[in-house]
Design a protein around this ligand. Structure first.
Ligand SMILES: [Fe+2]
Length: 240
């Protein structure tokens, strides 16, 4: 049996990531998949990236926030997001990021594939054919069917929706672990998934566990960042 820990949309929330790491214990897993968005909105980009950099089992891709952050670091203009409270978080993160962690992000692709027990797995932040698509579990079934019928992969592991789900459509597995560090659904606990592959059988389990939210909110305050984020972490909703 193969065990995969699936993480995504961490958004610099190191207290949440650390809580998961302690809860699950590293040795149980054959691989750790990160579906992207390491950075921005939380205040711990370096701690977050370092954990993946040091973890030999980690298979990582970049998300849209990471790509925007790299654009800033490469001296390009940032057109989006337009809202000032979001832009502040991007520029603050860019100032904090260590050169080593920047280089690590620069080395990562935007999608990857792995094959386990003859199951071809695609890892995306958005979707197989649209890196910016936010695929929610209640998307029309024909959208899942179209992906299933055009993909070479038997399993899609995705991020971006910040919504945990698992669906099997037309023989293809679709997995989103939810967000480790920035919840949208009113539940402030951290989210992750474990995929177990036994022969060609697949089992997916989602978890929500509490983590010390105050470590994030006090750090936001200490760094003089917009107060709206404190509220977001406390209630587990997107308000910006
Ligand atoms: Fe995200």
């Amino acid at each position: 049996m193969l065990n995969l820990l699936v993480l995504g949309d961490i958004h610099s929330n190191w207290p949440a990531l650390k809580t998961i790491a302690k809860y699950i214990g590293n040795d149980r897993f054959d691989g750790i998949i990160n579906t992207g968005d390491f950075t921005v909105y939380g205040t711990f980009p370096n701690e977050t990236i370092r954990w993946f950099r040091k973890n030999k089992k980690a298979i990582c891709i970049l998300g849209n926030t990471d790509l925007r952050l790299l654009r800033i670091l490469h001296g390009k203009r940032l057109k989006r997001p337009r809202k000032e409270e979001k832009r502040v978080m991007y520029f603050w993160t860019a100032e904090q990021l260590s050169p080593k962690n920047q280089r690590f992000l620069e080395s990562l692709p935007t999608h990857r594939e792995i094959t386990l027990n003859h199951i071809r797995i695609g890892i995306f932040h958005g979707t197989y054919d649209d890196p910016d698509e936010t695929l929610y579990p209640d998307a029309p079934i024909h959208r899942f069917q179209k992906l299933a019928h055009t993909t070479p992969y038997q399993m899609h592991i995705m991020g971006h929706a910040h919504t945990p789900f698992y669906k099997k459509v037309s023989g293809v597995h679709f997995v989103n672990p939810g967000s480790v560090g920035r919840m949208y659904d009113g539940d402030p606990r951290t989210s992750f998934a474990i995929i177990r592959i036994f022969s060609k059988k697949v089992a997916v389990e989602h978890f929500r566990i509490p983590y010390p939210v105050r470590k994030v909110t006090t750090s936001l305050e200490k760094n003089g960042l917009p107060a709206i984020y404190k509220k977001m972490y406390e209630i587990g909703r997107k308000l910006n």
